[in-house]
Design a protein around this ligand. Structure first.
Ligand SMILES: *Cc1c(COP(=O)(O)O)cnc(C)c1O
Length: 395
């Protein structure tokens, strides 16, 4: 199962070549894929209709199922992940929910990393528990703890690095153990993108993307995907996808394809600026800690061939986090990440929901933390803004 890992330069070149390849559905040899903005596809005859429904032939039927523009996106992301198949959704959360609901039944138990994406946590707490699925949360960075929780579990839910506190999991180690115990593995790979981490090559079964973030890259579309083997995707395609109705529109699939044309370039910039800012922050006297996978010595770092530009830092007592956010001029305040604009999210409201106690503690987030999504602007411009805001945020 352990396929050889290509060197990072080769991976990037490969990805750029695949992204630039002609569309599969390209009337008139158009260089850009067509937007098949249609709800339905007609049949030439009754016999054709009957053959399609009897499974004797294939044809597009209705865009809640397959649509050629959406399939263009699905095959691109599957290819980049080294997977056989993919399914696109109207959000990353839709992809997570459909994946979990396709494989789980009443009485099952799943193991999830403790610091997972907040709405993935709520899918577990608000949907899975309601349908009789038990959820155990473990410290994903502690491989022994993950392995100890596996016997009897149906599914292991990973996110490496996690997108709030950026802790890592040792993917080859936990995937191999999960396979030994017959546990299906699912990972949220939104942060690294298929360019910088290929979980399937390390034995993980299913890979989820919030395409709303780096894949789309322009802060204009919400979308998601799950990729994996043809057999696993068939289970999603028949077990949950058509009935949840969380399909991606052809227009939005096209926007994501359009965004992905510059993914390799954008990721190089996010990585370089993210590292430059993380280093400057780490050297700043009012910054206590920087949470960036580049600064980690966890074995989970080995499967990353590059870094996203999203990380967090924790300020000292002397800094008022709210005042820091307000003092920023260029960098804006907002949830989400992955677009051209730099964003901060002080560790606060977005994580907390009515009725949830101690949300920050739950996700391992310090009240003095700031999550920083470094955009595509000049790194010096971003740094000047951050530095002046830190200076003005002193209590
Ligand atoms: C945003 C996000 C999601 C959810 O994606 P949506 O498209 O907003 O539903 C899932 N995982 C991570 C890590 C995210 O940042």
């Amino acid at each position: 199962m352990n396929k050889p890992i290509l060197d990072p330069d080769h991976l990037l070149l490969d990805a750029a070549t695949r992204i630039a390849a002609p569309p599969a559905n390209s009337p008139f040899n158009a260089a850009s894929p067509a937007i098949f903005q249609t709800s339905l596809f007609t049949f030439d005859s009754y016999a054709d209709l009957e053959a399609v429904f009897a499974g004797r032939s294939k044809q597009f039927i209705y865009s809640r199922g397959d649509n050629p523009t959406v399939m263009e996106l699905e095959s691109l992301v599957a290819a980049l992940e080294g997977a056989e198949a993919a399914r696109a959704f109207s959000s990353g959360t839709g992809a997570i929910a459909a994946t979990l609901l396709a494989f789980l039944e009443q009485g099952d138990r799943i193991v999830a990393v403790r610091h997972l994406y907040s709405d993935a946590f709520r899918i577990c707490e608000k949907l899975l528990r309601k349908f009789g699925v038990a959820v155990d949360y473990v410290d994903g960075s502690d491989t022994d703890a993950v392995v100890a929780a596996l016997p009897g579990a149906k599914l292991l839910y990973l996110e490496s690095p996690t997108s709030l506190v950026f802790d890592l999991q040792d993917l080859p180690a936990v995937a191999a153990e999960a396979r030994r115990h017959g546990v299906l593995t699912v990972i949220d790979n939104s942060w690294a993108t298929p360019l910088y981490q290929k979980p399937i090559a390390h034995g993980v079964d299913l890979v989820i993307h919030a395409a709303s973030k780096y894949l789309g890259g322009h802060s204009d579309t919400v979308g998601g995907l799950v990729v994996g083997s043809a057999a696993h995707l068939a289970r999603i395609n028949t077990g949950s996808y058509p009935y949840l109705g969380a399909k991606l529109s052809p227009l939005e699939a096209w926007l994501l394809l359009r965004g992905m044309r510059t993914l390799p370039l954008r990721m190089e910039r996010h990585m370089a600026s993210g590292l430059a800012l993380a280093e400057r922050l780490a050297a700043h006297p009012e910054v206590e800690r920087v949470r960036h996978p580049a600064f980690s010595d966890h074995p989970g770092k080995a499967t990353l061939s590059g870094f996203g530009g999203l990380f967090a830092f924790e300020v000292t007592d002397a800094i008022d986090v709210a005042r820091f956010a307000d003092a920023l001029g260029h960098v804006r305040i907002g949830v989400s990440w992955g677009g051209p604009e730099s964003l901060v999210m002080p560790a606060l409201a977005p994580l907390q929901m009515p009725g949830e106690a101690n949300s920050l503690q739950r996700f391992g987030v310090s009240p003095r933390a700031v999550r920083f999504g470094v955009g595509l602007e000049d790194a010096d411009v971003i740094w000047t803004d951050v530095e002046q805001a830190l200076a003005r945020a002193r209590r």
